[in-house]
Unconditional design. Sequence first.
Length: 341
Amino acid sequence: MKIVVVSPLQPYEAIGNAGGQLLHRHLVALSATHDVTLLVAGDPWHGYSDDVARQAPYLSLQLPARSEAPPRALASRVLRKAFAVEVLRGLWSSLAASPEAARLLREADLVELQWFEALVTAPQLRRAGVGAPVSGFFHDVVSQRASRRFAAQRGWKKAVLGVRLAHVRWLERRLLRRVELAVCLSEKDARLLVAAGAPERRVHVVRPPLVEPAMPDQLPDPADLAARAPSALFVADFGRDDNEDAAHWLLREVWPRVLHRVPGASLVLAGGGVSSALAEAVHQVPSASITGYVESLDAQYRGCRVALSPLHSGAGVKFKSVVPLLWGVPVVSTTIGAEGI
């Protein structure tokens, strides 16, 4: 089959983003038996290069970035707060402006849309004459994320986020009527998609391929874990608001209590996208450190005594809660961090 996958980011094996790693493994698996082309309407991820592209078994076509956002910065900012403008600007206009992308979409036997930014193009694909079945891959359910942000705010910000939540729910219902298959990563998300209007027969749950060769094939001896230095690990893409907010809360509210009980403990924040505000917050805590982007986290998982998932917002299955378990590392998590497992 000719499968065309549309994504807002370029995945590759060493990408510092759990969703990107999942997409790369998914595309590799599809490429074993199908002709797969990836259309990327967004900026390449950190660390991606032509050499990396040549190693992938699937073809990637990088589309020129375009924008439908208002030209005035203030108007754009207001609209992005009140509406899901980030899913409406750029991606569809990039697809529509590329004759090569249009040809590939018309000739496809299956079109797969990754993330909400691509999913909302399903109605435009139909209007553009794309006749192939369309599947949507829901890495999370965006209305759940928007609902949590709405619930956490007060005053005028709550009113603005209420408009955004209504807009996201409308978009979600609309696109769920346009896809033949909705793929998600947990039964929890499957229930949310059905509640949002997807026919139950069209919703399919897949288990993310997270096992790696370096992972142990049995649980480590508790004595070996206890012998490790008292180190806690929080792995995340800190460019996402959910993860940065969790890191600030961890440093401010949780870590001082840990140090009171275990004075020699250390905290490692592993991942890229660190803002200057978060870097400064970590600098104020001598027992905490940031690795920045690293290609492999094997050493961090082998060296820590506990992994953390301190999330208070977001949606979907949190790989930062699952992967440490596969390494045999205990996880301490909030309720949101552990949901969907």
